[in-house]
Design a protein around this ligand. Structure first.
Ligand code: RIB
Ligand code: CA
Length: 315
């Protein structure tokens, strides 16, 4: 089977952790590296979280490297209200043995991509885009090495940290601007679809019944995530944002997308960090540069999550 190589860039983060679980589970995918970025928590905490998740799931041979701890321009923002003091409150882990790769996360991304064939690797960012933008600026030749960037971020409707902007983009709008103007094929998995995959308690119970190490992690993560999502947004089930990225690579039919122009607002105050998607092709703001997710097969998504968890039964 021809495995699709994926390189994750993440800020674990409860939903990032589930995306790591998916990327390692499916035989169709080959997880080749993980760079970590500040976002949900500080870079120190998100790196420890990424290492803990990998160690817990037995992902010991995939390099994990700490990347940027601050955005290009704006002051750092973190999100303990949703992800807790550690950035991954809920599960407990054994003492950490897995070591971070000594390289900077941006360097790991560049080295991994430059060692690949052209258009071979899918880069899957699920946090602020600082590492990806820095890599593009440091080594522009990686652009031709990337098959597609499948990112969780943005929305063509409203945001979640301001009425206009989604967290990953809002954390580093200038980095997002670099990525969206890079010319790399992009799939934007925004809040428009991730808010349709709400992890209701019955979903948690469904995954708990699998009763293996991945299901225990899923349950511990999502019970905490649901608690904070209810406190902050009043939702009964938390939107399971990040795993929609790898799920859409596992099943290319999962998402309905619209190829259109997307620009990142780095100028205004009110809408700073907004992804302006011309999905009606009405504004003619520029050439299409992004496949924007506009719908998702929710039932299929949860089946992908369930099968991903089941794959750990044999690991
Ligand atoms: O807005 C949701 C995104 O911000 C998710 O990636 C979540 O993990 C946080 O990074
Ligand atoms: Ca994330």
């Amino acid at each position: 089977m021809n495995k699709q190589k994926v390189f994750l860039d993440c800020d674990p983060g409860h939903d990032d952790a589930i995306n790591i679980m998916l990327a390692h589970a499916y035989p169709e995918l080959e997880l080749v590296g993980i760079s970590v970025v500040a976002g949900n928590q500080t870079i120190e905490k998100t790196t420890i979280n990424a290492l803990n998740v990998c160690q817990y799931l037995g992902i010991m041979d995939v390099p994990v490297a700490a990347g940027c701890g601050n955005a290009m321009v704006k002051p750092r923002e973190i999100c303990p209200e949703i992800h807790g003091k550690t950035g991954l409150d809920g599960p407990t882990f054994e003492p950490l043995v897995k070591k971070a790769d000594p390289r900077h996360g941006v360097q790991l991304m560049i080295d991994t991509l430059m060692a690949a064939e052209d258009h071979e690797i899918m880069v899957v960012p699920t946090g602020p885009l600082t590492n990806v933008a820095m890599a593009i600026r440091m080594e522009p030749r990686i652009i031709q090495k990337i098959k597609r960037i499948v990112l969780m971020g943005g929305s063509y409707q409203n945001g979640n940290v301001t009425p206009a902007a989604e967290f990953n983009i809002h954390c580093d709008p200038e980095a997002a601007y670099v990525v969206f103007t890079s010319g790399v094929p992009i799939t934007m998995v925004g809040l428009d679809v991730t808010r349709k995959v709400l992890c209701y308690p019955e979903i948690v119970d469904r995954m708990a019944k699998i009763d293996n190490k991945a299901s225990h992690l899923f349950v511990d993560l999502m019970r905490f995530f649901n608690k904070t999502q209810k406190e902050v947004f009043g939702w009964e089930g938390g939107p399971t944002h990040d795993p929609v990225t790898c799920a859409s690579i596992i099943d290319p039919e999962l998402l309905t997308t619209k190829f259109c122009h997307v620009s990142v607002d780095i100028k205004s105050e009110e809408s700073y960090g907004r992804t302006n998607a011309d999905i009606f092709e009405f504004f003619r703001r520029g050439e299409p540069n992004c496949d924007v997710a506009v719908d998702i097969n929710v039932e299929r998504f949860w089946d992908i999550i369930e099968q991903g968890i089941r794959y750990y039964g044999d690991k």
